[in-house]
Structures are given as structure tokens and as C-alpha cells.
Design a protein around this ligand. Structure first.
Ligand code: ADP
Ligand code: ADP
Length: 230
């Protein structure tokens, strides 16, 4: 079964038709990049996948559950589908380590010792083990975003959504974050859906590129075909 499947999805903000006839199937393990002009609906689309934005028509099946069905428990979907935001959204008054350990402790009831071991391992993976006891504000934007990624990974999600993860960063920090994302894409079987303007990442790491404009999907191709044409 596909990890994510949109069937004739329509999304409105009041009278404004933000997603028009979206049909899209993303299989488990794919890395898909979503591109398009500002205001074309990329962020809206990605936010529907974990129920941050409701849809008004169609079916949206994520990890086997239809988000259009009122009985679907979005919290159950969010356990398996993480999200990394443009502005990190770390808990400002908690240490880096606590930021990573909090959700698995509360939501998954993961035992403390195992939780801490995994958190330290993830910090190592994003190159920030030495920062475990710092507060987010003591870190650079690029470091904070790598912590936010580690925090998402701590839930062991099946799918990770990225909404312009490098757009708020100073240029010299962008590569550190993209490299972490690249490692994840290559070393795990997690599904990744990434809104980004980083064309190098799209070309090099994504297996598929989707181009949106005016609430519609205009192109959906393998990355090779998208960048190298026919
Ligand atoms: P993108 O991510 O491609 O920049 P968005 O999904 O953020 O596009 O926005 C798509 C369109 O929907 C834009 O015209 C935007 O102004 C509008 N929009 C986004 N969020 C809301 C909202 N909460 N209420 C009303 N309109 C919105
Ligand atoms: P981003 O750059 O992350 O897409 P935006 O600045 O587009 O963020 O939007 C920030 C917030 O404002 C989002 O929650 C979005 O849903 C909301 N928003 C965006 N456009 C509109 C709009 N035209 N009317 C109301 N809310 C909007």
C-alpha cells in the first residue's frame, strides 16, 4: 500500500481554492521534492498530510487511514508522520536532549534509559552530541534545525515531512542541514516529502520531483527526467 495517497483532493480556505484536484501516490521509502512558486500550495499540501490542514473533498490516505474521515485519529497519524518546520519550533525552555526525549517519553512511553540512548545516538548522527545540555537559543539556526530533525527521528516515524527546512537559515548553514537530510534519505527506508527551493538537493537526493502552480500539480516526474528532460 502507498504511504500517502491523494484521490481527487480539494482544499479551500474559505472561498479560496488552495488545492485543486490533487491526485498523488507516494510509496514507502520514496524521497519526493515539492517545488513551485510562492503561494502555489506546497505548504498547504504538505500540511494536509499530517492533518494540520483539513481537506474538504476527496480522499487522503496516509499510512492506511483516510484523513477525510472524521473518525480518523490524527494523533495516530502524527505518531508515524513527523514534520520539520521552517522555524524549528523547538521548546525554548528545554535542553536539546529534553527536546528530543519529550515526545517519545510521553507519546510512546519509551523507557527512560532506552530513550536517552536513542536521543544521544541521534544527536551523534546530526553531529551535535556535545550540545546535549544547551538550550536552543544557545545554538545557531543550522544547529537548531538539525536538533529539530533529530527530534522528529526520535519518534521513529515512517514518514517525515519537511516544510522549507533551510529557508530561514544563513547560507553557510544550509549545507549542514541538507547533508543530514541526504544521509537520512540514503540510509533509511523512511518516506520523505520535502518542500524546498534547493535544486541541488532535489536533483541529487530526490527520486521524484513534483511541480505545483496555482494549487495544481503540473508535473510529477522522476528527478532524472525532471532535470535532464527527454
Ligand atoms: P506555498 O507553500 O507554495 O508558498 P501556501 O500553501 O503557503 O503556498 O499557500 C497557498 C495559498 O493559500 C496562498 O495564496 C496563501 O495565501 C493561501 N493560504 C495559505 N494559508 C492560508 C490560510 N490559513 N488562510 C487563507 N489562505 C491561506
Ligand atoms: P510559510 O512561509 O511557512 O508558508 P506563511 O508566511 O506563508 O508561512 O504563512 C504563515 C501562516 O499564515 C501559516 O499558518 C499560513 O497558514 C497562514 N497564512 C498564509 N497565508 C494566509 C492568508 N492569505 N490568510 C490567512 N492566513 C494565511
Amino acid at each position: 500500500m502507498a504511504m500517502i495517497e491523494f484521490q481527487d483532493v480539494q482544499k479551500y480556505y474559505g472561498d479560496f481554492h488552495a488545492l485543486k484536484d490533487i491526485n498523488l501516490k507516494i510509496e514507502a521509502g520514496e524521497t519526493v521534492v515539492l517545488i513551485g512558486p510562492s503561494g502555489s500550495g506546497k505548504s498547504t499540501l504538505i500540511r494536509t498530510v499530517n492533518g494540520l490542514e483539513p481537506i474538504q473533498e476527496g480522499k487522503l490516505i496516509v499510512n492506511g487511514q483516510d484523513l477525510a474521515n472524521k473518525k480518523t485519529d490524527v494523533n495516530r497519524i502524527r505518531k508515524n508522520v513527523g514534520m520539520v518546520f521552517q522555524h524549528f519550533n523547538l521548546y525554548a525552555n528545554k535542553t536539546v536532549l529534553e527536546n528530543i526525549m519529550l515526545a517519545p517519553r510521553i507519546v510512546l512511553k519509551r523507557p527512560e534509559k532506552e530513550n536517552k540512548e536513542l536521543a544521544m545516538q541521534l544527536l551523534d548522527q546530526v553531529g551535535l552530541q556535545s550540545q546535549a545540555n544547551k538550550l536552543p537559543a544557545q545554538l545557531s539556526g543550522g544547529q537548531q534545525q538539525r536538533i529539530a530533525i533529530a527530534r522528529s527521528l526520535a519518534m521513529r516515524p515512517k514518514c517525515l515531512l519537511f516544510d522549507e527546512p533551510t529557508s530561514a537559515l544563513d547560507p553557510e548553514m544550509i549545507d549542514d542541514v541538507l547533508n543530514v537530510m541526504k544521509d537520512i534519505a540514503q540510509d533509511s527506508d523512511m518516506t520523505m516529502l520535502v518542500v524546498t527551493h534547493e535544486m541541488g538537493f532535489a536533483r541529487e537526493v530526490a527520486n521524484r520531483v513534483i511541480f505545483m502552480d496555482d494549487g495544481q500539480i503540473l508535473e510529477d516526474d522522476t528527478s532524472d527526467k525532471f532535470f535532464d528532460g527527454e
